[in-house]
Write a protein that binds this ligand. Structure first.
Ligand code: DON
Length: 309
């Protein structure tokens, strides 16, 4: 696949020139300090190639991308019982919306909106202290990325806790419906810390490769999840991974993706490759502006789509 390497290089060069980079998230003050000019992209193919361009080795705050890994872990712990507490429908609302929760009796629409991810954190707390649950999530991600140097950025976690009043409201509201088993503060502690994990595009693309390969690590053949579960996680990413911008991402890019307000996106080409891109400026839906454009460009150049024959 020599053309893939060239495509990544071309895209990184084009993105470096662009001035329409969107706005860096500032509602978590620590995220507002990131240089908006950064751009990185990485591809890990099922046949074992790791290709990168731009700032692909610089760690950034993965934020909501971590929700793919906490969902995977929680499904491993409790199986399909998880879906009694979290729905599987696109929200059609911003990621931190409260309104829908009342109509739906405290059951979040999907595991990727904040409310859904807080319930997943509550599931991962079962039988653990918050510190142990956070450690389990971090170790799982380190294992998937085959890299023990991945850390949680404590300053980002603290910054988020200090300003996360809306998440506090979501957690307390769900607790009132009986959809949290632990104190809201404990579930939020887990949630804030997994959102504050810092990874590079390269690490992220490696961590996602099991999703591109039917649930198995393509390098070792070891199973992370069943093929059916990998497909279903991909379905959640495609329908819910970009919040109220999920339809547009599916229309323009055509493959499952999960964004984070740190400006990263993890995207999966089933059977082919795991991709990660990072550009801190966001579009109106809170998804990386240039990251989405870069993936759209790459999918077109490589003729990648889950809808292709
Ligand atoms: O709870 C928050 O607001 C952040 N920790 C995560 C939000 C996020 O990444 C939404 N993604 N686009």
């Amino acid at each position: 696949m020599p053309e893939l390497e060239q495509a990544l290089t071309e895209i990184a060069a084009e993105m470096a020139e662009r001035t329409d980079r969107g706005d860096v998230a500032t509602y978590i003050p620590q995220l507002g300090k990131v240089d908006p000019k950064k751009f990185g992209i990485a591809a890990v193919t099922n046949d074992g190639r790791v290709l990168v361009a731009g700032d692909a080795d610089e760690p950034f705050s993965i934020q909501s991308i971590s929700k793919v890994f906490t969902l995977t872990l929680a499904l491993g712990n409790v199986g399909d019982a998880l879906w009694q507490r979290v729905g599987r429908e696109p929200s059609g609302n911003p990621f931190n919306s409260i309104v829908q929760l009342e109509h739906e009796n405290g059951i979040p629409r999907n595991p990727f909106i904040n409310a859904g991810a807080i319930v997943i954190s509550d599931i991962l707390l079962a039988g653990h202290q918050p510190r142990e649950a956070i450690g389990e999530i971090l170790r799982f991600i380190q294992f998937l990325a085959d890299d023990e140097t991945i850390i949680i950025d404590r300053e980002v976690a603290a910054s988020e806790r200090a300003t996360g009043f809306r998440n506090l409201a979501l957690a307390n509201y769900m607790k009132s419906f009986g959809n949290l088993n632990h104190a809201p503060d404990l579930a939020l502690g887990v949630y804030f810390h997994h959102c504050a994990i810092a990874m590079s595009c390269r690490q992220l693309a490696v961590a996602g490769r099991f999703l591109a390969n039917g649930g198995k690590n393509p390098a070792t053949g070891h199973s992370v999840v069943s093929a059916e579960r990998a497909r279903r996680i991909g379905a959640m990413m495609l329908t819910c991974g970009h919040y109220d911008g999920s339809g547009d991402f599916a229309f323009r890019v055509g493959i499952p993706g999960k964004s984070g307000v740190g400006g990263g996106i993890l995207a999966i080409v089933p059977g082919v490759a795991s991709l990660a891109v990072w550009s801190p400026g966001l579009n109106a839906n809170g998804n990386s502006r240039l990251g989405s454009i870069a993936l759209e460009r790459l999918a077109k150049m490589m003729n990648w789509s889950v809808f292709a024959p």
